[in-house]
Design a protein around this ligand. Structure first.
Ligand SMILES: Nc1nc2c(ncn2[C@@H]2O[C@H](COP(=O)(O)OP(=O)(O)O)[C@@H](O)[C@H]2O)c(=O)[nH]1
Ligand SMILES: [Mg+2]
Length: 458
């Protein structure tokens, strides 16, 4: 088995070396990231494995601080008549006393680069190409290791990628990748490894394995993410609260339902953050702008009627689906409701036994409250936006994600997925209801269907 490929992450102080490592390892806790200079004082490493096989080791290094003075010093190391090549020059420097004193920090970096197969040279692409950076590259080039420049901070508006590209070419560095550790390009990691494979022939196979594995993991995360959202929506669509039709009780029930939905959404946010390996405080569910509740029209839901074995005309079913008939049994019987009632009675004892109690409750002024369609649409949109934000977020990001409410026009109207209409008629499908039976095959089926819809629209 081949030993893992070793990469040294090198560059000036504060250009995002530690941040790049966090993003490539998907580890928010790696090292210490800080806007202050020189937070990384020693060499720290991380290992990436696939199926238990270590493929890549990445080493963080302290920043190079005084490359101009070091280059001067290195250029004066030849004895009279001698012309050292780069590695010989560095070897002499590292054996000398200055490597333990004045240039101690730089010596650590160079030792690590010499112990590695290649270096990633991280650049803050917002910076002008200053002499100190050119000298840094000249010093690093002496190690005789392939160097891949990583132009970091390219998501920032004002960067100088073109200046850097030209300057790097003049130094003989023609491969490079654009990256941003906080908001990495979607294919940034793949391009980084592919460019590296061009510089290092022996690294091609392990890097390709890494690329493939990371793509598989990305797909698996998306799939699991869509499923977490589908669970949230199903729980909310099937949730119901019974309450006597008295204004104060009704207000209390609405508040209670509102709170249950809010907490359920927050649980989904936390699960998504865990799935993407971010911190719990990296995003919060926002306020729910509305929840009026929706009154027991589930009795007229086509799915309920189907369960009852009732055949109703298209107009009746459509009316029920759009909420016509809400409250009918409380306020007074309209034609639609009467038709259902008649059909129920006509359906015989068998049918009435199942639904009679709920129906009787309604007739006595007991009401059933459930979650608005608009709220379900809002939850779906908001969580899908969160999922997209998590996919695009680097593990070096420090700011929390703002979970703003999406535009009202988007969630006020529109069709609900069929799975949610069905869920309305199945209180036992909601973890928010007592007596939930979440393993029912039919629920799982609807969950799969809903996840698939969400995956295709995310
Ligand atoms: N916006 C943005 N900020 C970054 C990026 N990389 C690093 N930072 C920030 O730049 C600062 C220095 O980063 P750090 O990783 O500690 O740099 P190092 O000294 O080279 O290890 C920190 O405040 C990071 O959050 C990037 O690609 N984009
Ligand atoms: Mg650092």
């Amino acid at each position: 088995m081949n030993p893992p490929l070793k990469l040294a992450v090198v560059g000036h102080t504060n250009v995002g070396k530690t941040s790049l490592l966090r993003t490539l390892t998907r580890d928010i806790g790696f090292g210490e990231v800080s806007p202050r200079a020189s937070t990384t004082r020693h060499v720290e490493g991380a290992r990436l494995s696939v199926d238990g096989q270590a493929l890549l080791e990445l080493y963080d290094t302290p920043g190079l601080e005084d490359a101009i003075a070091l280059l001067d010093y290195l250029e004066r190391l030849d004895c009279p008549g001698e012309r050292l090549d780069g590695p010989a020059r560095l070897a002499r420097f590292l054996d000398g006393s200055e490597a333990r004193q004045r240039f101690e920090q730089e010596a650590k970096v160079l030792r690590q680069l010499l112990a590695s197969d290649a270096g990633l040279y991280v650049i803050d692409a917002r910076e002008p190409v200053l002499a100190k950076y050119r000298d840094e590259l000249a010093v690093l080039a002496m190690a005789g290791r392939p160097l891949l420049p990583v132009l970091n901070f390219v998501a920032a508006g004002r960067h100088r990628e073109d200046d850097w590209r030209e300057a790097l070419a003049r130094l003989g560095l023609h491969a490079r990748v654009a990256f941003d550790s906080v908001a990495p390009p979607l294919d940034g990691e793949r391009r980084l490894y592919e460019s590296l494979a061009l510089l290092l022939e022996k690294a091609r196979a392990p890097l390709q394995r890494l690329i493939d594995d990371h793509e598989r993991q990305r797909q698996a995360r998306r799939h699991s993410g869509a499923r977490l959202i589908a669970e949230l929506l199903l729980d909310c669509a099937a949730c119901r609260r019974g309450v006597a039709a008295q204004p104060t009780l009704v207000q209390g029930a609405i508040r209670e339902l509102h709170e249950a939905v809010r907490q359920r959404e927050q649980r989904c946010v936390e699960a998504l953050l865990r799935l993407y390996a971010f911190r719990p405080q990296d995003a919060q569910a926002g306020e729910l702008p509305l929840l009026d509740g929706r009154w027991g029209d589930d009795l007229f839901n086509p799915e309920t009627l189907r369960q009852l074995g009732l055949k109703v005309g298209g107009g009746m079913a459509a009316g029920a689906a759009t909420g016509v008939g809400i409250d009918l049994l409380v306020g007074g019987i309209t034609l639609g409701a009467a038709a259902v009632l008649g059909a129920l009675l006509g359906g015989g004892a068998q049918t009435l036994r199942g639904y009679g109690a709920r129906l009787k409750g309604k007739l006595k002024g007991q009401r059933e409250l459930s979650v608005d369609d608009a709220v379900l649409r809002l939850l779906a949109l908001r969580q899908q936006l969160l999922l997209q934000a998590l996919e695009a977020r680097g593990h070096a990001a420090l700011d929390a994600i703002e979970l703003a409410a999406p535009q009202e026009a988007l969630w006020r109207q529109g069709k609900l997925p069929d799975a949610l209409h069905r869920a309305r008629a199945h209180p036992e499908w909601s973890a928010l209801n007592p007596g939930a039976r979440l393993q029912q095959p039919e629920r799982q089926e609807q969950l799969d269907a809903l996840s698939a819809t969400l995956t295709s629209t995310t």
